[in-house]
Structure formats: structure tokens, C-alpha cells
Design a protein around this ligand. Structure first.
Ligand SMILES: C[S@@+](CC[C@H](N)C(=O)[O-])C[C@H]1O[C@@H](n2cnc3c(N)ncnc32)[C@H](O)[C@@H]1O
Length: 276
């Protein structure tokens, strides 16, 4: 019996056409194209397993972010665009169990980490999607993005500029159009504020070395992220960002009904836009 199986298996293998060089090339091209389109869309799959360790080692101040979010006035429903592993939603849900909250994100691997983290909060739901074409079938009184799809960089006294995970201008318009559909009239859009980006490396809480390298590109910059365990690189991710001057960003946001509302607050975690 064993011999027959063996013979049959060998027959099968012998009759299977071996992959020719054209098919191999096609496979390599497909793999490269997938990797490039992931980079172009702000996909965080490569970083996902290490994201929490990197971010909670001082990269973002989640308590401060949520203090600022809640200081923007009463709200009954919140949408986070680019919620990642749910660290902001978790902090929000711990503080207010009455708020209806939805997080949406492009990267399945990030939501896979967010789901168990947020499972105990019945008022929080998650949705996989791309901001350039999503439909949650409801509107929110507050939408925000912190390091997600869009954010502003403020460098000292210089005018803020907007950074987008979407390198194509047309995608930014689509993203704001779909975001606007999800925000009620008189509702608010808050976009996170960060300091200037620069090259650096630092040891994070798990003992690994995080580093980032930034290179200017035609319409913004390219950012390379790495995590090294001794001499072994355990994570490498490259993303392409588009930037807009403050005037360009305000004009584009205004075209989708979002008007800038200056506010005196310090430290500044968000810039706010009122939906007309
Ligand atoms: C730096 S993380 C921020 C996550 C979270 N807001 C936080 O503060 O921890 C950026 C997130 O934006 C998501 N993202 C990037 N492009 C996106 C898009 N086009 N649509 C939806 N989410 C996107 C990524 O998948 C990633 O999870």
C-alpha cells in the first residue's frame, strides 16, 4: 500500500509542469507591485507586530492626545480615521463609556491587534477600509485622525504644513469627500499635530533599536522605518507621504466643507475644522 501511494505521488509530481522562467518573473513582478502599492497606500502590515512597542516608548503621548480630544467640547459619536491598533480608542473608551466610537483602518494586521484590545468596550466598533472609498452608513459629530491619514507638522513659529499618507493628490480629494460624508453638519474634524520629522534611532521598551530615515521626494517625503534586534533587522517599512502648505490644505479641506477654527491651546495636539 505504502509503495502504491509513493508511486502515485511521484507520478503526480512528474506530471506537474515545472514553473518556467516567465512564470517566475511574473511572480516576482506581482510581489514587487503588491509591495509598492502597499507603500503607496500607507499600509502598516510590516510594522504592525511592533507598532505598540514603538509607539508606547514615547513616540506618541496617548493620554495627552485623549485629553485634547475630549477638550474639544461635548460629542456623542466619534470616528477615528486610521485607528491602527486602537491605542487612542482604548484610552477614550476607558474614560467615556457612553460615546459611540468607530475606528476605521486600511491595514488588516493593525485591526487584528485592535480587535481583542477593544473587545470589552461594547460602544466601540472597527471597520477595515480605505479612506478614499468607505461607507459606514452613519454620520459622527466628531471625526479625527492622529498620525493616521492626515496630520499637521508644526515646527516652532513656522506655518503648519499638512502631511498625508496618500501620495496622490486625487486620493486626498476622494478621502476628504468620503470623510465629509461621515461628519454631521456643524460637526468637527480634528487632525493631529506633530513636531518636525528627522532621522534618529533609539532603543525602545523591548530592547530593540528603532530608527527612521527621511528623504525628500517630489511632492513630500519618503520615510523608512526599521527595527533592529542586535544586528538583525526584524522590521523594515517604507511609506511615501505627500505634503501640502497650510494654504493648500485649508483650500482643499474647505472644498469639502471643513473650515479651519483657530484655537489657543497648549500643547497643541490637533487643528480643528468645523463642517459647514
Ligand atoms: C501611524 S498609524 C496611527 C494609528 C493610530 N491613530 C495611533 O495613533 O496609534 C497610521 C495608521 O493609518 C492607517 N492608514 C494609512 N493610510 C490609510 C488609508 N488610506 N485609509 C485608512 N487608514 C489608513 C494605517 O494603516 C495605520 O494603521
Amino acid at each position: 500500500m505504502a509503495k502504491i501511494c509513493q508511486t502515485n505521488r511521484n507520478d503526480k509530481i512528474a506530471s506537474m509542469p515545472s514553473e518556467n522562467s516567465g512564470q517566475q518573473l511574473e511572480k516576482i513582478i506581482r510581489r514587487m507591485t503588491n509591495a509598492i502599492s502597499r507603500e503607496l497606500m500607507g499600509d502598516y502590515t510590516n510594522m504592525s507586530a511592533y507598532y505598540d512597542a514603538i509607539m508606547t516608548s514615547g513616540y506618541y503621548d496617548y493620554k495627552g492626545i485623549v485629553d485634547s480630544l475630549l477638550s474639544h467640547g461635548p460629542t456623542d459619536s466619534i470616528l477615528e480615521i486610521g485607528c491602527g491598533t486602537g491605542l487612542i480608542l482604548e484610552e477614550l473608551a476607558k474614560r467615556n463609556s457612553a460615546l459611540v466610537m468607530t475606528g476605521m483602518d486600511l491595514t488588516q494586521a493593525m485591526l487584528t491587534i485592535a480587535r481583542p484590545r477593544l473587545a470589552r468596550f461594547r460602544n466601540v466598533s472597527l471597520s477595515l477600509g480605505n479612506v478614499i472609498d468607505f461607507n459606514l452608513e452613519r454620520q459622527f459629530s466628531l471625526a479625527f485622525s492622529y498620525g493616521g491619514v492626515w496630520y499637521f507638522v508644526i515646527d516652532g513659529d513656522k506655518e503648519p504644513f499638512m502631511v498625508s499618507h496618500l501620495p496622490e493628490d486625487a486620493d486626498n480629494h476622494k478621502g476628504l469627500e468620503y470623510t465629509a460624508k461621515h461628519v454631521r453638519g456643524n460637526g468637527t474634524l480634528l487632525l493631529g499635530v506633530q513636531g518636525p520629522h528627522f532621522d534618529y534611532e533609539r532603543v525602545i521598551s523591548n530592547g530593540m533599536k528603532y530608527s527612521q530615515k527621511i528623504a525628500p521626494s517630489q511632492n513630500g517625503f519618503t520615510k523608512h522605518y526599521y527595527l533592529d534586534d542586535d544586528s538583525r533587522t526584524v522590521m523594515a517599512q517604507t511609506l511615501h507621504y505627500r505634503t501640502y502648505t497650510f494654504a493648500e490644505a485649508r483650500k482643499m479641506l474647505s472644498a469639502y466643507g471643513f473650515e479651519y477654527e483657530p484655537r489657543d491651546d497648549s500643547p497643541k495636539q490637533f487643528l480643528g475644522f468645523k463642517k459647514k
